[in-house]
Design a protein around this ligand. Structure first.
Ligand code: MLT
Length: 404
């Protein structure tokens, strides 16, 4: 008889956003007349911008012509895209990353879930708490997290690094052994940003302790304050300890188009093993690359017209973020984020649990958000709203919350 990977059976419940979608679907079925405003999952609502649409059309036309048709993409991505990324996202910020250290993929979610395959099962992972659930869940599936304690919401072999009001939602360096450290800045879910000095401390820690940092920078386009690092490679020594994951979902609205990339510097080595070569091997074996048409659209993000259009796109979502943050604060809520990130992290009122507030908001205001406890134990008592709705819906949601 075959056996299943019983690590999957250890996972409590379903994926956070699937659970929420199920609850919202059930509520809508029982209340078909209610107009629900969704500010839960961080999914974009604005269409792709004109320069990107133009590039997509051109890509389609090329596929219709024998002279320009493309079959399999190169394993690691087209060089036209990898070169422009190296120039625009790294060289322009004084960070040294070569085009062949960039691995193009179908998005940050799959890369952040798959990257753990490079590491032995007995590594200890450390995560911020609260945290994007993919980092922990994918390590559970790999059998790296020990046993789950439902009373605390914690895995025995995971180092949880609390992110609280006191530390500005930026975790302190771990006191226990931490081999693989997941960091995400600007942060999902709290919306917190990290300063260059703080990030440098993490890089120094990783180099001193022989740890690797998996740095999720999916929200870097939302940084509005000056002097904050847009990539971990702005820090000295990051090439020997950090992997960076990026996405086109949030800066360019590609959630339904799918494109991202992972950077693994060639200096990142564990003894004789090159993580770059291992990831290249994995890509070559398990992946046939993001479609040509999509990679072409990705390159259009870096043209002058593309950059201008994305600045406007991000700006429009940040207008929502500002409205949510200020609107909630004016109603007396304690709220964070929304300045360098499209997420607002608010304290639930009257000591309500995160899920109680979720139900309350859904039933009374027909507004969907994300319960903080879904991101980890230290998310309890908090709630996340996303700025990715339309401006009209964002204002309408605030009006409804005000009426509660
Ligand atoms: C979120 O809502 O946290 C994100 O949209 C999820 C994702 O990007 O996978």
């Amino acid at each position: 008889m075959y056996k299943v990977n019983d690590n999957y059976l250890k996972l409590p419940g379903s994926y956070l956003f699937s659970t929420i979608a199920g609850k919202v679907t059930a509520f809508q079925a029982q209340n078909p007349d209610k107009n629900i405003i969704r500010l839960g999952i961080g999914d974009v609502t604005k269409p792709l911008t004109a320069p990107i649409i133009k590039s997509l059309h051109e890509g389609v036309d090329e596929m219709a012509d024998a002279a320009t048709f493309k079959g399999y993409a190169p394993d690691l991505g087209y060089s036209f895209l990898r070169e422009i990324i190296a120039k625009e996202d790294y060289a322009s910020r004084g960070a040294h990353i070569e085009a062949d250290e960039i691995f193009v993929s179908d998005g940050a979610k799959s890369d952040s879930g798959n990257i753990q395959e490079l590491f032995a099962v007995d590594n200890k992972i450390a995560v911020s708490d609260p945290v994007y659930p993919v980092y922990v869940d994918s390590n559970v599936m790999a059998g790296r997290t020990g046993t789950y304690d439902a009373s605390t919401g914690c895995w025995s072999d995971v180092v949880y690094m609390p992110c609280t009001e006191e530390n500005g939602f930026v975790a302190d360096l771990p006191k226990e052994r931490a081999d693989i450290i997941y960091l995400c800045f600007p942060n999902n879910p709290t919306g917190a940003a990290i300063t260059k000095d703080q990030l440098q401390r993490w890089v120094d820690y990783a180099n001193e302790h022989g740890s690797v940092i998996i740095y999720d920078a999916a929200y870097e386009a939302y940084i509005s304050e000056p002097d904050l690092p847009h990539t971990i490679y702005e820090c000295e020594g990051a090439r020997t300890c950090a992997i960076e994951i990026r996405s086109f979902s949030k800066n360019a609205g590609f959630t339904g188009v799918r494109l991202g990339f992972t950077v693994i510097p060639k200096d990142l080595r564990c003894g004789d093993a090159s993580l770059h070569d291992m990831w290249a091997r994995r890509h070559g074996t398990k992946y046939n690359g993001a479609p040509y048409i999509i990679q072409k659209a990705g390159a259009a993000c870096y043209t002058p017209e593309g950059k201008k259009s994305l600045k406007e796109l991000v700006g429009s979502y940040m207008k929502n973020a500002d409205a949510i943050l200020k609107g909630l604060q004016s109603m007396g809520y304690t709220a964070y984020g929304g300045v360098n990130a499209p997420y607002i992290w608010l304290k639930t009122p009257d000591g309500m649990t995160s899920w109680d507030f979720f139900d309350f908001l859904l039933e009374k205001a027909n507004v969907v958000g994300t319960p903080g406890s879904g991101f980890g134990p230290h998310g309890e008592g908090y709630f996340r709203l996303t700025a990715f709705g339309t401006y009209e819906n964002t204002l309408a949601a605030l009006d409804r919350i005000k009426e509660l």
